[in-house]
Design a protein around this ligand. Structure first.
Ligand code: GTP
Length: 332
C-alpha cells in the first residue's frame, strides 16, 4: 500500500482545485465577455480573461502532476481579488458581492482551518466596508437586509469551519489507524517503509536497530498478558524518549525497529548501547509490580542500493547473534 493514498487532504484539495478551475474558469470567461461588451467594466473584464487562462493552465497542469500548495494560495488570492474588485466597481444591485458567500467554502477546502478563519474574517470586513461606503446604499437601506446578508455569510462560514475541522480530524485518525501500532503508538511496518524512503533522501548515514525484549514470555507467564501489554507500552515510550532523533516501529510482538541517522558507526553503536543500558537500569512499575527487563539489539548501516527487506534481514542476523551470545547485548 502506498502511504500517499492515506493523505486524503491532498487528494481532496487536488480534486477541489482542479474542478474549481474548470467551473470558475468557464464562468469567468462568460463574465469577461459580458463585462467587456455590456457592462463596460474593462479592468474587471481583462482580469477575468487572465483568470480564465490561469484556470485553464492549472486545470491541465493538475491533470499531469500533484497539487502544489502555492497553486491553492494563488487560486484563492485571484478569486478574492476578482470578487472584491468587482464589488468595488459595480453597484450593489449588480450582485457581484453575492459571490463572497462561496469564498469561505473554497478557503477552507483549499487551504484548511487557520487560513480559512483569517481569510473569511478578512473578506467579511472588507466587503462590509466596501458595501457600506457605497453610494447609493440601495439594497442596504434596511437594517434587516444587512443583518440577513451578514448572518448568511457567517452561517456558511461556520458550516465550512465545522466541516473542515471534522474532516481534518477524521483524516488524521484514519492515518493513525493505518500507520500506528494500536497498542504502543509506535509506527507499524507500513510507516517503517515510508520513513525508510524519507530517511534515504537524507545525506547522513542511516542505521537500523532491530531490538527484541529478552525473555518476555516470562513476564506474560508471571504477571499475565495485560501486564505484558503495559510493559510493551512503557518500553515503546522509553525508546522514543531515549532515541534523540529517528523513528520507533513495532515490527513484531516484542520486537521493535529503530531507524536513525548518525555521523558514523561509532555514534550509532554508542546510541544503541545507551538504549540497552537505559532499559536494563529502568524499573518498570505496572500497578505496583516492578518489572526489570533487558533488550538485545542488532545494528546495521545502510548500504547503497539495499532494499528495506535486505536491510532488516542483516539487522536480524546481528540480533540473532546478540541473542545467541547471551542477550542484553548490542551486536553489529
Ligand atoms: N503481552 C503481550 N505479549 C506478547 C505480545 N506479542 C507477543 N507477545 C509475547 O511475547 C513472547 C515472545 O516469546 P519468545 O518468542 O519465546 O521470546 P522471549 O520470551 O522474549 O525470549 P527471547 O526473545 O528468546 O529472549 C510470547 O510470550 C508472546 O505471547 C503482545 O502484544 N502482548
Amino acid at each position: 500500500m502506498d502511504i500517499a493514498a492515506l493523505n486524503s487532504t491532498k487528494v481532496l484539495r487536488w480534486n477541489v482545485l482542479r474542478w474549481m478551475c474548470f467551473c470558475f474558469g468557464s464562468l469567468s470567461a462568460i463574465f469577461s465577455a459580458f463585462n467587456l461588451t455590456v457592462n463596460n467594466f474593462y479592468t474587471l473584464g481583462y482580469l477575468e480573461i487572465c483568470f480564465s487562462l490561469y484556470c485553464l493552465y492549472t486545470f491541465i497542469r493538475l491533470g499531469k502532476q500533484a497539487l502544489q500548495v502555492w497553486q491553492s494560495i494563488v487560486m484563492c488570492a485571484l478569486i478574492t481579488l476578482i470578487v472584491v474588485f468587482g464589488t468595488y466597481i459595480a453597484t450593489p444591485k449588480n450582485g457581484v458581492f453575492i459571490w463572497s458567500f462561496a469564498l469561505p467554502i473554497l478557503y477552507y477546502l483549499l487551504l484548511g482551518k487557520y487560513p480559512g478563519v483569517i481569510l473569511s474574517a478578512s473578506l467579511l470586513s472588507l466587503q462590509s466596508i466596501i458595501l457600506f461606503e457605497k453610494s447609493p446604499l440601495l439594497p442596504f437601506t434596511t437594517f434587516n437586509l444587512s443583518l440577513n446578508l451578514s448572518l448568511t455569510y457567517i452561517s456558511i462560514w461556520a458550516v465550512s469551519h465545522i466541516f473542515e475541522v471534522s474532516r481534518a480530524h477524521s483524516s488524521k485518525r484514519l492515518k493513525n489507524l493505518a500507520l500506528l501500532d494500536p497498542l504502543t503508538g509506535a509506527g507499524n511496518r507500513l510507516s517503517m517503509s515510508h520513513y525508510f524512503e524519507v530517511e534515504l533522501q537524507d545525506k547522513s548515514q542511516l542505521f537500523l536497530f532491530l531490538l527484541d525484549l529478552d525473555f518476555f514470555k516470562q513476564v506474560n507467564d508471571k504477571y499475565g498478558h495485560d501486564v505484558g501489554d503495559k510493559v510493551l507500552v512503557e518500553i515503546a515510550a522509553l525508546l522514543r524518549v531515549t532515541l534523540a532523533k529517528g523513528y520507533v516501529f513495532r515490527v513484531g510482538g516484542e520486537e521493535f525497529a529503530l531507524l536513525s541517522s548518525f555521523k558514523n558507526a561509532d555514534d550509532a553503536f554508542a546510541a544503541a548501547e545507551k538504549l540497552r543500558s537505559i532499559v536494563e537500569t529502568t524499573n518498570i512499575d505496572i500497578d505496583g509490580k516492578v518489572i526489570n527487563l533487558t533488550i538485545s539489539i542488532g545494528v546495521t548501516e545502510y548500504k547503497n542500493g539495499q532494499t528495506l527487506l535486505e536491510f532488516v534481514n542483516l539487522a536480524d542476523k546481528e540480533l540473532y547473534k546478540a541473542k545467541r551470545l547471551g542477550r542484553n547485548k548490542v551486536y553489529g
